[in-house]
Ligand binder design. Structure first.
Ligand SMILES: C[S@@+](CC[C@H](N)C(=O)[O-])C[C@H]1O[C@@H](n2cnc3c(N)ncnc32)[C@H](O)[C@@H]1O
Length: 225
């Protein structure tokens, strides 16, 4: 998979890709990340990417031209399965959306700033708009990093254990069951006996029951789907 990220702050985005699972995925050539500084697509001496709003009002708006030029350059080189704008009024990111995006070969992610981008970018250049939640960040970079992490860990081969992403919360509309590791007893706090029984079908059944119970308690809305 190839991910092209358009940003005015590439430095803000680098560190999430320089550690742990994302770093290993890049090193293993399972994903390529390319940053594009929007200021490289400006025409004036000040490298302006924003201007005041037509009609008045507080806050600057990101201009259509540099974004158009950058997206045009990328799409003239290869096809993209999705051109995503990170925005608080987009569809809220969930595991289903991450699954859908993880099977795309190439995607572009546009990070906004200030009041956001000129509406014509959204009307004519963007194919999907994604929010990471009902709150407003200062820029799209952290949101893009969240989306990339959620997507990249689903690419086959990225996680050491192929099945582990499938047993995480939300994959089957259930939250994950409780998990335990050594020691067997700590401070008088015990691990459920069944987990030492070696009876794998029973353990699996217990995990499913626990996942269902936790989902019913914490996220009953998931069971309605
Ligand atoms: C200050 S916000 C703009 C908010 C916009 N004026 C509004 O009210 O919807 C600047 C940029 O941060 C990004 N951003 C902020 N909150 C976000 C969220 N919850 N999800 C995804 N991106 C977000 C977007 O790229 C947005 O263009």
């Amino acid at each position: 998979m190839r991910i092209d990220i358009i940003t005015v702050l590439p430095e803000l985005l680098k560190s999430p890709f320089e550690a742990s699972i994302l770093k290993r995925a890049i090193e293993a050539n399972l994903v390529e990340i390319h940053f594009h500084n929007l200021r490289d697509y400006t025409t004036d001496n000040y490298k302006s990417i924003d201007d005041t709003q037509f009609g008045g009002g507080a806050g600057m708006v990101m201009m259509v031209e540099p974004i158009h030029k950058c997206i045009n350059k990328l799409t003239s080189e290869r096809d993209y399965g999705e051109i995503i704008y990170m925005t608080p009024d987009g569809e809220t990111l969930n595991q289903g959306i991450a699954n859908q995006i993880s099977i795309k070969e190439n995607i572009i992610i546009l990070c906004g700033h200030y009041k956001g981008v000129d509406q014509r970018v959204r009307d004519h250049l963007i194919t999907r708009e994604i929010s990471i939640g009902d709150y407003v960040l200062s820029g799209g970079e952290l949101a893009a990093a969240v989306l990339c992490d959620a997507v990249i860990r689903l690419i086959p081969g990225v996680l050491g254990n192929e099945t582990s992403a499938l047993t995480d919360s939300f994959q089957d509309n259930l939250l994950a069951p409780p998990i335990y590791t050594k020691p067997r007893e700590y401070n008088g706090w015990k691990v459920p006996e069944l987990l030492f029984s070696g009876n794998l079908p029973k353990i699996e059944e217990w995990r499913e029951e626990q996942a269902y119970k936790r989902t019913k308690e914490r996220r009953p809305d998931l069971l309605e789907d």
